[in-house]
Design a protein around this ligand. Sequence first.
Ligand code: C2E
Ligand code: CA
Ligand code: CA
Length: 741
Amino acid sequence: MQPKTSTLERWQFSAAVLLPVVLALVITAAAVLGFIFWSTANIDERALERQSAMFEQVIEARRIRLEHELASVAIRDDTVVNTRLMFNVNWVHRNLGRWMHEFFGHDRVVVLDALAQPLYMMEDGVSVEPQAYRRISSPVQQLVNRVRAAVPASIVPGGPPRPVSVSDFAVVEGVPAIVSVMTIVSDTGAVVQPAGTEPLIAAVQFLNDRTASQFNNEYMFEDGHFGLARSVGPERATHPILNAAGRFIAFFDWERDRPGLMMLRQTGPALAAAFAVAAILVFLLLRQLRRSSAALEAGRRHAEHQAAHDRLTGLPNRMSFDVHLARVLTDRQDTGLQLSLLMLDLDRFKQVNDTLGHQAGDELICAVGQRIRAVVGPGVMIARLGGDEFAILAVSRDGCQDVATMATAIIDAIGRSFDLNHFKAHVGVSIGIVNASGGNAEPRELVRKADIALYEAKAGGRNRAVVYEEHMNELLQLQHTIEGELREALLRDDQLSVAFQPLIDQASRKVIGAEALARWHHPKYGQISPARFIPVAENTGLIEALGEFVLRRACELGAGAPGRTIAVNISPTQLRNPRFSVQVFDILHQTGMRPVDLELEITESILLDDEHVSAQNLRTFRAAGIHIALDDFGTGYSSLSYLKRYPVDRIKIDRSFVSQLSEGHVSVAITQAIVTLAHAMEIEVTAEGVETEAQAVILGRLGCNTLQGFLFSGGVAGERITAIFTDKANSPERRRRTKAA
Ligand code: C2E
Ligand code: CA
Ligand code: CA
């Protein structure tokens, strides 16, 4: 079950926390990366645009510079003189060709006459045959034509001829180049030439690797090259060079400046590291979160377990029992399984708790839980409902048979003595069983019925299992009505009465007194046993009135029979009343009975009570000569040591004990021990419930002082006991046995 839950939890955690966080992380990372790449590309694009614009300006400046350089030699009087008036090749070479090559780096210089015939040509600083002009004439001629065409427009009437120049990009000798052509004119106007006849000077500057490396150095192009074809590849940028007519002449291409990419390369590792750190942090955070949520969950489950389980035994408590019962009942309708509910209540647990202490009581409860578990096996629900109450919920196919066997096994198991720390304890268990057969049983109804069966088990003598039957319900209903009926009966004088059971002297078998027993004859229900109505009276406080009624009747009878002992049963409730002794003395006084003839029967539980008032009352009674008898000895804790604290005059060995007496039985030895001890403490011993002569003989041999039981007589009416008392023979009642009233 455990791993299943944790897998489910892990899954829930993943769905609720992990997934959204990871998703958010991935989306954030993607957004950041996307933005970085976008801005990188954007920056690179801007850089490219800027470099292209710059190249455009630079190349244009180069073209204009060539014109200006040409103008510096073409607009001069001596140039006109040396080219037109008397052509001096040496001068031309020195002052035009070589000079322009050396100062401006021009690659070709040509001087043409009015008819555009070459007069001079320089190639790479060297004067060559003018005919070499052929090699460059085709691109140069076009510019020459344009110059000639522009001359007329430059003429200012009456003024000196103005220089005309044209420059353009062209492919010269298969190499891209800037070509400039200019008219050679006088700068002072001193040398006059007819318009259109001016000699021309043309200069060619190749856009070759040399030019490119100048560009690279001056304008910081990376690995720039001029070429006739557009270069390809993402790393290189290209800018076209067009001539005035808009034709592609050449391309300049260079290594693209990519500041964005560079930035990305530089910051990339740091960024990746940051992402990794963030991811690790998130992972750690999530793990911590999962751990703490797991811890929380464990805490919650622990608290839930605590709330549903009994701390002492670890068994489910009443709350979870109720829940489980309701669920099982609902499920049963589908499965058709048999359900049995067992209510368990320990017998004599209170004595163990009171005499051995709460710790021993706790130990005992735990041990009981374990023994029950050992009997019923694992699959069955055992709950501790509180105190010494347990419940078992058994589900089976064939129901009743199993459950009866189970209950017997539990009684046997609990009946074995418990070895507690330093102590041995003996308890019993009473079990009420209800089988939920057919129909939709209601949980509360089921519990109520099991409780009724449990009540019956206790009333039937404890340490037994009773299966619920419908008639018990009626009896219980009767219990409920008893209170009201008893209240009513106490107000009338025709239902309640007192019977007297003779007390027989063992040695002489003569009647020496009687025990008063309450009797209730109900007009509708007939004779109701004191075993049934006395507990109700005790629980409802009616015992005060009932007890007073019995006491008064007993004393009235006792007053008329001095010398006979009249025993009256006193309930613990009465004895705990501080006014009880006053009441007893009042009645004795009113009836005229002698205190020494009265014997009050109390039960062991009073001795365990540790009640100051009870002890005080007992002392007062004994001081006044009233006898105290300890009733039902042998059913409870049965410790004679208590008798030192609360001295009594008599103990009455319980009838359940007496009924076991037979020759050779262990009970004989125990009874012998009790009698010997009691006598040593100057306490008389009465045996009650004597039903057979054999019992009477054994009890006589053991030294019991007084006998009581159906062997001699049951309870008889007051008149009858008076008659017995006054019977001169006062003979034993054996031969004239009467039935119990
Ligand atoms: P108890 O004090 O032990 O009274 C003796 C019970 O045993 C009586 O039952 C009596 O009828 C019955 N008994 C007597 N001899 C024999 C016998 O040989 N065999 C058997 N099986 N039973 C015998 P009863 O009258 O039903 O009274 C039951 C219990 O009710 C009493 O037990 C006593 O504890 C209580 N009780 C009766 N009357 C009063 C009363 O006036 N006040 C108080 N507080 N309790 C009373
Ligand atoms: Ca009694
Ligand atoms: Ca008794």
